[in-house]
Design a protein around this ligand. Structure first.
Ligand SMILES: *Cc1c(COP(=O)(O)O)cnc(C)c1O
Length: 431
């Protein structure tokens, strides 16, 4: 059920899943099974030969997971999706489907710390080099003859910088390389990067897609806009058993996703549990309602915080004056997401008092939950960076990150107000 004319909110509850033909179950059943039965010798042989498209083993594919993959592909405006165990797994699989030893990737400087570490540490040890683009002009400047991919986040944490997807995609395509976009913070409800020139979208489904803070998941989504015939591992016939290359077998547009699914994801092995896939699917069914509301409340909170005397800065791209405001207005008309940062005038000590004073906000390292969350990046997620690196990234000692949930906006403002008052108090002084 993927009729193109249906709108987003219709697709999020219908796309990719029909009632179960055997039992009549309306909701996609959770197929918790390692493998799938072969009727006889010949049936097993045919499945392994790929002569019928039934399931073999859950690491390679599972009907619950496949239903969620079909839905997510539709919601992102793509053709294929691969659901994986975590967002980190999705990023690793997506990039290792493109890159090998000797290759180079240009990545945005504003990157999730897990992705940054993956590139700087794990990938470096595999012989994959990285450079970080800090400004729009850097993408072109950092390209080398060995550059094989661009990687960036649609909306980056914690400064809320918004990627100019069409502009960066144009540079990537001029050099024959794909743009991979981590769309975790925007979600396909706010932005569909494939429609703006990106070639591969990755997600931490643990955040807004699952949405309730109860399950981890990740996804790789692709469309058909990129010609992969410039990538030797997809054109070399030696890479497939049947003597045909991935490009010959699946065409230059789908070679990457087929190879990534059956060679990279299934060999590295970070499969998602069908139960967690089911939780991601349940989350997707209310995605627009949650993200629309959370994003609107975040903007209310951002405006309110900006007017407070304890606050020296608010990073939310919906606010005029934010460096990404114009890009956000062009690419994200429905809102810029539910995550923002606020910098307190009193620095680290004020941030500590603020974090300790919140009552409704939960102290937790996560975003996109139905509950509002708070964390102090400089002492947690970004603690291993040097002070100079943090300051260069705009992560001031007084910066606190908020992820806005589904609570009543007035209740959140009430909690923030009492925490801001608490943040002002000198240690040991009476209130
Ligand atoms: C959380 C997150 C990840 C990692 O996802 P996990 O599901 O925790 O592995 C990657 N990118 C971004 C932007 C994230 O917020």
């Amino acid at each position: 059920m993927t009729h193109a004319p249906y709108g987003f909110t219709t697709q999020q509850v219908h796309a990719g899943a029909e009632p179960d033909p055997v039992t009549g179950s309306r909701v996609t059943p959770v197929h918790l099974t390692a493998g799938f039965v072969f009727d006889d010798f010949e049936h097993a042989r045919a499945r392994f030969a790929g002569e019928d498209d039934g399931y073999v083993y859950t690491r390679m594919g599972n009907p619950t997971t496949a239903a969620v993959e079909r839905r997510l592909a539709v919601l992102e405006g793509g053709t294929d999706a691969i659901l994986l165990g975590t967002g980190q797994a999705a990023i690793t699989v997506a990039l290792l489907g493109i890159l090998g030893a000797g290759d180079h990737v240009v990545a945005a400087a504003d990157l999730y710390e897990g992705s940054r570490g993956l590139l700087l540490d794990n990938f470096a040890r595999l012989g994959i080099a990285v450079d970080f683009a800090a400004g729009p002009g850097d993408w072109e400047r950092l390209v080398r003859p060995t550059t094989r991919a661009f990687f960036a986040e649609s909306v980056a944490n914690p400064k809320n910088s918004v990627l100019d997807v069409p502009a960066v995609a144009a540079v990537a395509h001029r050099h024959g390389v794909p743009l991979v976009v981590d769309n975790t913070f925007a979600t396909p409800y706010l932005l569909r990067p494939l429609e703006h020139g990106a070639d591969v979208v990755v997600h931490s489904a643990s955040k807004f897609l699952a949405g309730h803070g109860s399950a981890l998941g990740g996804a790789v989504v692709t469309g058909t806009g990129f010609d992969w015939s410039g990538f030797a591992h997809l054109t070399d016939p030696a890479n497939v058993l049947a003597g045909m290359s991935w490009v010959e077998r699946h065409g230059p547009q789908r070679a990457y996703v087929e190879h990534t699914r059956s060679v990279v994801a299934s060999r590295l092995g970070p499969a998602i549990s069908p139960f967690n896939a089911f939780l991601v699917q349940q989350g997707l069914e209310t995605l627009s309602l949650r993200v629309g509301r959370q994003s609107a409340t975040a903007e209310t909170v951002a405006r309110w915080l900006q007017a407070r005397p304890e606050v020296v800065g608010v990073d939310h791209a919906g606010l005029p004056g934010h460096p990404s405001h114009d890009v956000a207005r062009r690419l994200l008309p429905r809102g810029t997401g539910a995550v923002l940062s606020v910098t307190l005038e009193g620095g680290r000590a004020a941030a500590q008092r603020f974090v300790d004073a919140v009552q409704l906000f939960t102290r937790m390292t996560h975003v996109g939950d139905v509950r509002s969350l708070v964390i102090h990046p400089a002492s947690t997620t970004h603690a291993h960076r040097s002070e100079d690196e943090r300051l260069a990234a705009g992560i001031w000692p007084g910066l606190v990150r908020l992820s806005i949930g589904l609570e009543e906006p007035e209740d959140l403002l009430g909690d923030l107000e009492q925490a801001l008052v608490a943040s002002r108090e000198r240690e040991g002084a009476a209130a």
